[in-house]
Design a binder for this molecule. Structure first.
Ligand code: SAH
Length: 249
């Protein structure tokens, strides 16, 4: 499996290696999409219903609705996808910049009237300041592995205005490792259990393998504190998930 190096996490996607972007572009153009297939060593083949990437406020889970409610000032929507959160924030009168490594998705966002840019969050050449940094739909997943968290916190410090906040939702996926008796069977030697390997496919477009981090609230708080952030839980979701708010101490 491809190791996540800095050059990898600082890059953007080419259209032929961007199944999600292909799905978003097709759904936007035609109102229909084929299956967006998801593979991982952790579970059987799964699917992301493409329509959910275009969800509106009323179809969003509680933690996303709450995150949108808390957004204020200039907002950076990280890994904005089709722009579903950006659009809602624009409708509420906020100034939003949406960034994504998928040129196909950014093109859709621009067509939807969003100020969107093809930018990798970890790219230091992207210099700007925001009151709110939104990382929705487990957006912290972009760090891939716990070992990359220092780069995340460094970038957040560079991009936050004084008094700014980060709103992110994630999940504690330890429930996946529970046996029939409810005991959690996790081999700590394999690394943090929330580092999930993924590959996606849309029609014939196959993406590269990547890691996507799911992080439990206590682990997030610990790392956040070590990097000068206060981490508060705003709300619990319905399925081991939560919304957190990070502010600089
Ligand atoms: N926030 C959207 C999309 C979530 S899917 C929603 O809730 O519907 C995750 C998105 O993050 C994808 O569009 C992917 O292209 C983008 N992404 C992945 N790594 C990124 C990075 N390092 N910088 C910016 N965007 C990234």
């Amino acid at each position: 499996m491809q190791k996540l190096s800095c050059s990898h996490i600082c890059s953007v996607l080419s259209a032929d290696k961007d199944p999600m972007g292909q799905a978003i572009a097709q759904y936007y153009a035609t109102g229909k999409a084929a299956k967006l297939r998801v593979f991982s060593s952790l579970f059987y083949e799964d699917e992301i219903p493409v329509a959910t990437l275009f969800r509106t406020y009323k179809d969003m889970p509680l933690q996303e609705q709450e995150a949108l409610r808390l957004c204020c000032g200039r907002v950076l929507d990280v890994g904005a996808g089709s722009g579903c959160h950006s659009l809602e924030l624009i409708n509420r009168g906020l100034e939003v910049v949406g960034i994504d490594i998928s040129p196909l998705s950014v093109d859709v966002m621009c067509k939807r009237g969003i100020n969107a840019k093809v930018v990798n969050f970890f790219d230091h050449l992207f210099v700007d300041r925001f009151d709110t940094i939104l990382m929705a739909m487990n957006g912290i997943g972009i760090v891939g592995k716990i070992e990359n968290l220092p780069q995340l916190f460094m970038r957040l410090k560079q991009l936050l205005l004084p008094g700014g906040q980060v709103l992110l939702d994630s999940s504690d996926i330890s429930y996946i490792f529970k046996d029939d008796d409810g005991n959690v069977d996790i081999d700590a030697a394999q690394g943090y259990y929330g580092e999930v390997d993924y590959r996606m496919q849309y029609r014939n477009f196959k993406g590269d393998e990547f890691y996507w981090l799911y992080i439990d609230f206590d682990t997030l708080s610990l790392h956040a504190r070590n990097h000068g952030f206060l981490c508060e839980k705003v709300v619990d979701g319905s399925h081991y998930d939560y919304l957190a708010r990070l502010t600089m101490i």
